[in-house]
Ligand binder design. Structure first.
Ligand SMILES: [Zn+2]
Ligand SMILES: [Zn+2]
Length: 151
């Protein structure tokens, strides 16, 4: 625990930022969750650790942590962001449109595509975002399949 705190302090120092209590709390909330939390969910959980935190602070803190590369934001097919702590390698997401469950997956095919693209177009790929969506079998029957009534 203290070791990871030192680690964090170094990361903040390197970025020329202070490790405030709010930043530590927000990061901890994301690390303790499965990730993919919306800002409001981060806020509710952060309140359990620190009652002084506000939703505006959480938004600001998430932006700082994202800029520092400690937090990733995924849209997951929605207008608002979902946040997760960067603690594992790159991975991709599938969202069930019925129940909202998010699956993480990885595949060597993505590295292959990146290599092919780099070689063909002479570019350096620094990030890949892949998001799939669809339905679990049981969610499909519940919603009666694809519906068009949602814009
Ligand atoms: Zn579902
Ligand atoms: Zn994820």
């Amino acid at each position: 625990m203290s070791e990871s705190n030192n680690h964090l302090r170094d990361a903040f120092r390197a970025a020329g930022r202070r490790m405030t209590r709010q930043r530590r709390v927000v990061l901890r909330v994301l690390e303790e969750s499965d990730g993919h939390l919306e800002a409001e969910a981060v806020y509710l959980r952060a309140m359990a650790h620190d009652t002084h935190v506000s939703l505006a602070t959480v938004y600001r803190t998430l932006a700082v942590l994202k800029e520092m590369g400690l937090v990733e934001e995924h849209r997951l097919g929605e207008e608002h962001g979902h946040y997760e702590a960067v603690r594992k390698g790159p991975h991709y997401h599938f969202t069930c449109l019925g129940c909202g469950k998010v699956i993480e997956f990885d595949t060597p095919l993505v590295a292959q595509i990146e290599q092919e693209l780099s070689a063909r177009e002479r570019v350096r790929v620094t990030g890949t975002h892949l998001h799939m969506s669809g339905y679990y079998a049981q969610c499909q029957t519940k919603t009666g399949g694809q519906s068009n009534n949602e814009k």
